[in-house]
Design a protein around this ligand. Structure first.
Ligand code: S3P
Length: 166
């Protein structure tokens, strides 16, 4: 089984790229966040508010294990917070890090009010999280794709090329 796992910071375009690959290359694609919301019948912000981040991480780990048989899986930005998730992804496919710069993320998420680990943080906390996560994404990744100023179509094409080389 060779699943393409998309990892990267919030706002790096994982879901958009997943949807593009689905439409353009007729690949099956799914988001861990969507799976969690459907499966637990609760929005991500409500899970964070009512059950806490630890519980969300547990759901995320379960989602990743449950989701098999897809060509592409767009993960939540915190998938790298659990080492077990590395094993699941490494054993079942290729891990692709969509790397957007902190500056770019700040622009993309400037009006975002839906992400519990972003919306109430100040710029210093946001950058700390970005830097800590960047190190984790890099250590998880089989391939890294820089996405700043790139068109979705070019990112999609590059993913297909890189995964074929793997
Ligand atoms: C999170 C990222 C979100 C979502 C949750 C936590 C994170 O997904 O899973 O809000 O810890 O980075 P996106 O990366 O799709 O925004």
């Amino acid at each position: 089984m060779n699943i393409i796992y998309l990892i990267g910071f919030m706002g790096s375009g994982k879901s958009t790229v997943g949807a593009y690959l689905k439409e353009t290359y007729q690949l099956s694609s799914v988001d861990t966040d969507e799976w969690i919301e459907k499966n637990y019948e609760k929005s991500i912000p409500s899970i964070f508010a009512e059950e806490g981040e630890e519980q969300f991480r547990q759901y995320e780990m379960e989602a990743l294990r449950a989701l098999r048989g897809y060509d592409v899986i767009a993960t939540g930005g915190g998938i790298v917070e659990r080492d077990e998730n590395y094993s699941t992804m490494h054993e079942n496919g290729t891990i692709v890090y969509l790397q957007a710069s902190f500056k770019e993320i700040m622009v993309r998420l400037q009006h975002d009010a839906s992400r519990p680990l972003w919306k109430d943080q100040d710029v210093v906390e946001r950058e700390e999280l970005y830097n800590r996560r960047h190190a984790l994404y890099t250590s998880f990744a089989d391939v890294v794709i820089h996405t700043d100023q790139k068109k979705i179509a070019d990112i999609g094409e590059r993913i297909i090329e890189l995964v074929q080389e793997e």
